[in-house]
Unconditional design. Structure first.
Length: 246
């Protein structure tokens, strides 16, 4: 029997962003005649969970424990990857394997983290003053997301419109890089296998992944050719294979 798979989305996305990966997993497991269960929940502040409060790490970890009562493979993209790291440390008995896509353990320097939190607070205020259409269009121009194929960019934009500004502002304040503590010093505590998935075009996070691998007991960097930051959106079949085989 294949393990349960839990998929955590990134900031401004919803669980529906994983649909292409879910479809590829279904095809893969069907070919192997294996049973499995996959869950891609909306994280607090996003989609159907936009109004769920408080939007804080403790609540999100509680939500994860509820959707994954047994052991699972846990995957996360960007913000979801950072939350997945926290989950692996807080609930190690629930996580067999970690698959982190374009993720980091946070900001180690306290001064830099405080500065990021101030920036995030300023951005949260701007989100609240915007429409979801206006903010989604603005966020699509984030440099790390550059170069997405047109079809991917269109699908991602539609997914962002499932959110509302107030929920995203709460998520940024409660789950942003400035809000959560750094886990760089705690990476050696993570004993399960960790796949650090990065796109070939994502130079920044390829560097981050290399540094993370050196601090993990069983970390492996997996570079997906031709992909950018959001590998699961640009190469869902490759991510499905990693989830199944890693």
């Amino acid at each position: 029997m294949a393990p349960d798979v839990v998929l955590l989305h990134g900031f401004t996305h919803t669980g529906a962003s994983w649909d292409p990966v879910v479809a590829a997993l279904a095809e893969s497991y069907r070919a192997l005649d294996e049973a499995y269960r996959v869950v891609a929940p909306d994280i607090r502040g996003h989609g159907s969970a936009s109004d769920r409060v408080p939007v804080a790490l403790e609540g999100v970890l509680h939500d994860f424990a509820m959707v994954a009562p047994g052991r699972c493979t846990l995957a996360g993209y960007s913000m979801g990857g950072r939350i997945a790291l926290h989950a692996a440390l807080a609930l190690p008995g629930r996580v067999d394997r970690l698959v982190l896509i374009g993720a980091s353990p946070g900001i180690a320097d306290p001064g830099e983290r405080a500065a990021r939190r101030r920036d995030d607070e300023r951005l949260a205020g701007e989100i609240e003053a915007s429409t979801i259409e206006g903010f989604a269009a603005r966020w699509a121009q984030t440099p790390v997301l550059a170069g997405q194929p047109p079809a991917v960019a269109t699908a991602v934009q539609a997914d962002r419109l499932r959110n509302d500004p107030a929920g995203l502002a709460r998520a940024l304040r409660g789950l942003g890089t400035g809000a959560l503590p750094s886990l760089w010093d705690r990476l050696p505590e993570i004993k399960m296998p960790v796949a650090l998935v990065v796109g070939e075009r994502d130079e920044k996070f390829r560097t981050v992944a290399g540094k993370m691998a050196s601090g993990l007991a069983r970390g492996e960097v997996v570079v997906v050719p031709g992909a950018g930051h959001a590998v699961h959106l640009e190469a869902p079949g490759a991510v499905a294979q990693i989830l199944r085989d890693f």
